[in-house]
Write a protein that binds this ligand. Sequence first.
Ligand code: GLU
Length: 471
Amino acid sequence: MPLLKTRFAPSPTGLIHFGNVRTALFNVLLAKKERGVFLLRIEDTDAERSREAYIEALQQDLHWLELDWQEGEAAGGAAAPYRQSQRSEVYDKYLTQLEAQGKVYPCFCTALELEVSRKVQAAAGKPPRYSGKCAHLKADEAAQKKADGMPYTLRFRMPKSAVLTFDDVVRGPQKFPSEDIGDFIIRRSDGSFAFFFVNAVDDALMGVTHVLRGEDHLTNTPRQIALLQAMELPIPTYGHISLIVDAHGAPLSKRGGSLSVQELREMGYFPIAVNNYLARLGHHFVETELMDLDALAAAFDQSHLGRAPARYDRIQLDYWQAQAVQKIDEAQLITWLAPALKGLVPETNLADFACAVRANIVFPHEARLWAEAVFAEALPFSDDARLVLESTSSDLFRAAVDALSEDMDFKTFANRVKQASGAAGKGLFLPLRAALTGQTFGPEMPALFSLISYERARHRLTQHVLSNEID
Ligand code: GLU
């Protein structure tokens, strides 16, 4: 059995979003599961829109998500180079071979002619495909047009009356009559190569055995298979994964909530949360717990890839984020929280504070509220806390001030206040929480209490004795 090889082949014309990264993830999971290779190829044939900065950014994003590749950009390999912009010689070679076999011909049709032809076909209810006008040009006619400086594209001659078939991993057996496809452009008039051609040549030469990619490429596949057959190159197994749609069923867009990986990272999402969410978007896992990449790969099954559009749901993403926050180890938790707490939490309290608030936060910025609740000089009060404080007798706070002593744990403190004031249950705990933290809910009081210094707790409680007495 040849080594299974999958790949991710992004066009570096923007930051990578949810959809792209899920494609990369599925390819990583398949390669990992089969102990194969995952390859990264940069499809930078669009010189106008491709940017070096995007090539950098996408690698950073993949590394962050731990979607590491063993071959390709920056990793090297036997099929180098892995940037399409550096592979012109390879493409020229195959193009020359196709030309020599008469499988490619120059097309001099203008954009206007093609447009008119498309409209005529559309009006007749036929699939838009090239009419074949230049397919029969004699060699001397074509040579004359070239000599006259007429711009031309190169078209691949689709085999006549053929049926292109393949077994799609996700969608099952596929059939495309060659007549519906027509002869298509493989090199544009400006000399640049079309996607169909370079993408297929590279997959074959780089030894890619499995291509999992977006459903939007499904109709490209018969063209690519025809090309590979013509060049006598190996044909990979294809699987076209369903697109991600928004809540209204429309393709996921920026407005529909699509986020770039960079944005996710900046918002404080954990890579493991993003991976667990994306892996389940269009793939059914029996397992319901948070899994690392190895576990996801072990449970990955191509036959569990769904055909129905995958619906993006931020609530689900945040569910996995919350799971991740609960599961990560303490050191990671602190590293994750530290930047958001700079200047709010003393360095020496960071570890205890992080553990105290873990259960109450999903994102680092949410910990700021609790940092204020513990460490702020002037405690901000929520409306609910104000209501509780206003309706609580001053006696309770007086009892609390008297009960408080240094190095006391919350249980002992609360018991003493209970005995002295007679308050119990909610009537005891809610006012204490409101006075000490400014909130009526939040992390466990014992943990917060042990972080609030004696002086600060005393000050906070005393305030309510005074204000209630003045009333
Ligand atoms: N560069 C193509 C894209 O980003 C790759 C498609 C493929 O995976 O074959 O859509």
